[in-house]
Design a protein around this ligand. Sequence first.
Ligand SMILES: [Zn+2]
Length: 142
Amino acid sequence: MTTLTTTLPPAGIQITTDSATEPFWQAAKENRLVAPKRADCGTFRPFCPNCQSQNVDWVTLSGRATVFSFSIVAGVPGQPELTLAAVVVDLPDAPGARLVSNVVDADPSAVQIGTPFVVDFVEIADGWKLPVFRVAADAVGG
Ligand SMILES: [Zn+2]
């Protein structure tokens, strides 16, 4: 039997926010994946060296993503039964932006460079939600 990937126990996952990241986490509470778009030039960057714009529009994304890089972790200290798939994903509707996340409920062998995902959200500590990814239904069976 294959062990499906999961997150660390969600109740133990704590985040901290600041003014630069809080909009991301507030949107996640509403099951929305957002990315900061520079209002003046339209790029998705934490900071744009070209226009140095301070104006940011938090754009709601489709939630679709593809694997840019990944690592399968079989067992963590004290939790040998957990299989984690840590991924860096490309976000097709936020070109240039990438997100680090976990894949849930996937056969580890299904996580490959380019695998399409859709976002989902799991409740973590203090009422926040964590964006995670599932293998997109249209990826199964090719
Ligand atoms: Zn710019």
